[in-house]
Design a protein. Sequence first.
Length: 473
Amino acid sequence: MAHVFISYSKQDIEFARRLRRMLENAGFPVWMDETALVPSERWWRRIEENIRACDSFIVVMSPNSQSSDWVEREVLLAERLRKPIFPVLLAGEPWSRLANIQFVPIPDDAGAALPEDLITGLSRYIAPQPGAIRREPGDSDPLAEPPGRRTLRRALLPALIGTVLFLALIFILPSLTPPPPSPTPTLSATATPTTPPVLPNLSVGRLRTSPRVPVPGQVFILSMTILNNGEAESGPFNWSWDASLQEPVRQNTLVGRVESIPPNGSKNISFPVSYGWWGAYTTQLVIDVDTEVAEVDERDNRGLFEITLSGDPFEVDFALRPPADLIEPPFTLDAASYADWNLRFSLVPPDGLTCADARPVIVEDAGDLVLQVQGAAGSCARSRLRIDILRDTVGAALVEIVPTVGEESASLFYFSSANASAPLHSVAAVNLAAGVPVLIGDDTDASRPIRRIELLVNRGTIRITRLILIRPA
């Protein structure tokens, strides 16, 4: 049956019940877990069924729910199932993980009404039930019994019950006296002891990286262990790995299937990964994501791990693209090609030109991969290569180019924002030899807040073999 699912912390249950009444008065069927205790794993199956069956998902945002592992689990499942999510702000600050969804504030006030924005949003996915009662707080029930009649009925009821019992004792009881019982044989029965079922018990083991502290842009090996601490084979199940639970969120980055793990056995999963920025990433491994395995305890089917990258320079050599895919040349770059690595490549035509045919393409040249501008004929050959830093800043940047003509000159410009017209700094290189790689840029001062880089080659074609970004000092 179509319904709205409410996810909330047990500490906010009174508000959740009031929200449920408001939704039902507006005509929306609602399902929410109203048990007073923290949900058990057995009860989680019931919750999961109702999240899968719901047409809309409401999460009550408060400091209590933000620290609740169960609310987090429900929200993750709703996101994985692509359910329409409606955040309702009860207290505290809106959650950053739901920042891309418009929230609705509802104060913890008995007289608060259901916002029309929420009614309109829910109505896109589930139609209000016809004939639903929509009663405002304080309205009386037209079908309620008058107070005077209730008082009279309460006064007469004990007398009526006493009269009925007296008549029963006089007329009915003698006829109900049973005859003396006949002797019956005595049978001795031995209780059959029940044996608890033998079940598997999956859990998340260790996570390791090699090398231990990777460099941004470096492909490293991520190894994770899944354990079966139970006394039965697990059977097949699916797993998923979220590369980042904070901004930028990268969920279901990798998924896979395990055919079975023997009792007290383990399964090691390894795969190549690459991150394109400095800092620490909170990752998560989820096993038996579709609850295919009946096991002893499902609470350890999730494991959070932190992967920290070193502060060494971030080098892009155009052999890889996010997350860790090998480039198959020719490969035309678009706005999303390196977005997971915080970068966007584009072209800036000369003033007054559109240069629609010009585009940045990764090609193979003498066994090496090169980022080259193609389709830039005539005046469009003077187009600049633009590199935007999508989030945060860099302190310095270097570009390795391969000149296509002799006595070439090139310039590199640093900007503080995406729309800045005047550069923070610029570097020029002159008298460059054809075919000889040269590194252009300034890494002596890493304190500049750089958000955009532009490269101009004066005579030949732009050809880049490396981009090196340096963390702000």
